[in-house]
Design a binder for this molecule. Sequence first.
Ligand code: NDP
Length: 303
Amino acid sequence: MACFEKVYSLDDLRTWTRREPSFAVLGKPIAHSLSPKMHNAAFAAARERRPELTEYRYFRFEIAPEELSETLPLFFEKNFHGLNLTIPHKVAVLPALKKLSPEAEIIGAANTLVRDDALGGWRGENTDGRGFARAAEMQLGATLAGTHIVLLGAGGAARAIAATALAQNCASLTIVNRSRERAETLIADLCAFFPKEKISFLSSCDIQNLTTEEPALIVNATSLGLKPDDPSPFPPELLRAGMAVYDTTYGSHTSALVAAARERNLPAADGRSMLAWQGALAFELWTRIPAADTFPLMFRELS
Ligand code: NDP
């Protein structure tokens, strides 16, 4: 088994003897993560131009929420240079960081950590929002500026997308979520940075009452779509000309939402391009190699 296919644990980290620069993604569950595949391919491709990256390797670690605070100083001590965070660590990690980028602060979550030797710890960044913006532009030709956005979901991914859409001056943002409480917390946090007139909430139960102006971008940031038999989180009968769909979920199947949009000849894309862009932007933070150079390779690895 290749080193990056194995799932490592906190016990493996405690006895870690590798001294060369290492990178990792931390989450629970983590076995499904495609990040090691993308990043190890990018390190391999960069070696010719940047021989100092030859020994750089990226691993995956299954880390439970109660283990996170112990692992971060250990990763630092064991010469890890960068970390990615996924469910359930993106928000919980914030108190353990030495510094937070303005972007991660507005989003209220970090998906990328950068080693900072001067601070003796980790700096938190968030590349999910910019990754989404680049993906939507590349695959749908959709700029967020001036667009009406209907965002399904209010979790970590939705936070990054909402903050980026508002920062890029979208025309309006309608957040549709199953639980009102989570959406209200997100909206209160967004209103600290952005004009509240642009932001509204609609309960998933009332989605039939949705009125949208054109051009509208429907974004799925719920977990519905991950499994092949998941129903569409957006009623297909509400899809109409002038809309485009970006579904942040991805897998070997086509989600019900993307399929419904394509049946109606609407532009639609799944979350692989966002995954590759957020990875390429993290890679840029660690290596200074421009994300645009790394993206095509990472995207190919997912296809
Ligand atoms: P969270 O757990 O933080 O949020 C999950 C969201 O999905 C919540 O809004 C939740 O609603 C909603 N939800 C969950 N189950 C259902 C359901 N059965 N019906 C309706 N709504 C539901 O997860 P993340 O925000 O981190 O991830 C959300 C999605 O985004 C995932 O599918 C993930 O794969 C994808 N993602 C993709 C990325 C990419 O690069 N392509 C990057 C990050 C995430 P409620 O508040 O009511 O519980």
